[in-house]
Write a protein that binds this ligand. Structure first.
Ligand SMILES: *Cc1c(COP(=O)(O)O)cnc(C)c1O
Length: 356
């Protein structure tokens, strides 16, 4: 088996143990004589999978009792609409820290009164914007907690007073422990750090779920979906099944505190190298650096392309930066082993040495 060093930003690397376990039961799930792909979502066996995923997530994130969980399709992008359609009744505030938070904001303006409270565009999104004072007449404040494209992250949450904080955590979901009680809701497309594409997870405070806007599609009505346990229609059974296996893998590996330790160590290995380097530099300001997505470049498009080609020869893939900003990006999600990070660091070191 020839597995590459995969730094892709998403869909991203999954734990090999998860893939092996899924492969082993792929043709015959629990002796039923059929694949999990062929199993009805109303069967007791699938209901067990969903219940198990829910229980594990509650344990992993220590989710308080006054919160509930949604497993929906459409990725984080559909939730850019789902959040305002369910929670925006008067006015909402958005912090713009990059491409995804801007998309979330633009989507909200379709369904109501959304305003920008802070923006770090003038800083080229090299840091996350801070919120100096928060208006208290808002339904919610929205942030993107980890900016996958620009490689920045909130290390301290903005203070919003009594206004619920809603966070897109797609690329930092389950990368470290988080205090759910500080949020009105968090949501994530799971394909970055927790599973395959085609599934989003929302953890939301129950008291925020009231009547959705009249134009809200039935599918996106949080209240209805919660009542139906995310099974208003056929859910993405495969993605829920696989994500549950990733939850199990995280638990067996020691939980989120362990994930955080590993992720910090991996990203720090790269940042330390980049800070020493004469050729490469990290894009984000140190105070806003992401522990998941390390974004860097040589400053020259030609040299960056050379690095990416050299890396490919060493089985290091997925380090091309997002098309919006170019350069390189190493996503060091939970399933990326330290050995891959060391291989990448050695490659960058050798590349620089050969250029001198
Ligand atoms: C990838 C990503 C998205 C988009 O997710 P989809 O599931 O493709 O809709 C949104 N926000 C963040 C932070 C992301 O990393």
């Amino acid at each position: 088996m020839n597995r590459v060093h995969n730094f892709g930003a998403g869909p991203a690397q999954l734990p090999i143990e998860v893939l092996q376990s899924a492969a082993q039961e792929f043709l015959d799930y629990k002796g039923l004589g059929l694949s999990i792909l062929e199993l009805g979502h109303r069967s007791s066996e699938f209901e067990e999978v969903l219940a198990s995923a829910k229980e594990r997530l509650i344990r992993l994130l220590n989710i308080p009792e006054d919160y509930d969980i949604l497993f929906l399709q459409g990725g984080a992008t559909l939730l850019f609409a789902g959040i305002p359609l369910n929670l925006l009744h008067y006015k909402a505030g958005y912090l713009i820290s990059g491409n995804f938070s801007n998309k979330a904001y633009l989507e909200a303006t379709k369904y109501g009164n959304a305003e920008i409270l802070a923006n770090s565009k003038d800083q080229d999104f090299r840091e996350v914007p801070s919120l100096d004072s928060c208006p208290q007449d808002l339904d919610y404040v929205h942030i993107c907690q980890n900016n996958t494209i620009y490689g920045t992250q909130y290390h301290r949450l903005p203070t919003t007073g009594d206004v619920p904080l809603i966070a897109d955590v797609s690329s930092c979901f389950l990368s470290a422990p988080m205090d759910i009680s500080k949020y009105g809701a968090i949501y994530a497309g799971v394909q970055k750090n927790a599973g395959p594409a085609g599934l989003s997870i929302t953890v939301i405070k129950k008291s925020l779920v009231k009547k959705a806007q009249d134009i809200c599609p039935t599918y996106l009505d949080f209240g209805l979906q919660l009542k139906q346990n995310s099974m208003l229609n056929t859910p993405n059974t495969w993605a829920i099944y696989l994500t549950n296996k990733v939850f199990e893998w995280i638990e067996n590996a020691g939980g989120l505190a362990q994930m955080e330790m590993r992720n910090r160590e991996k990203s720090q290995l790269l940042y330390d190298f980049l800070d020493e380097s004469q050729l490469f530099s990290a894009r984000a300001k140190p105070s806003s650096r992401s522990i998941a997505n390390v974004v860097f470049s040589t400053g020259s498009e030609e040299l960056d392309a050379e690095v990416i080609a050299e890396a490919k020869k060493e089985n290091i893939v997925g380090i091309q930066g997002h098309r919006l900003i170019g350069g390189m990006r190493a996503s060091c999600y939970n399933a990326v082993p330290k050995s891959s990070v060391l291989a990448l660091r050695d490659l960058l070191y050798q590349f620089e040495k050969n250029k001198r």
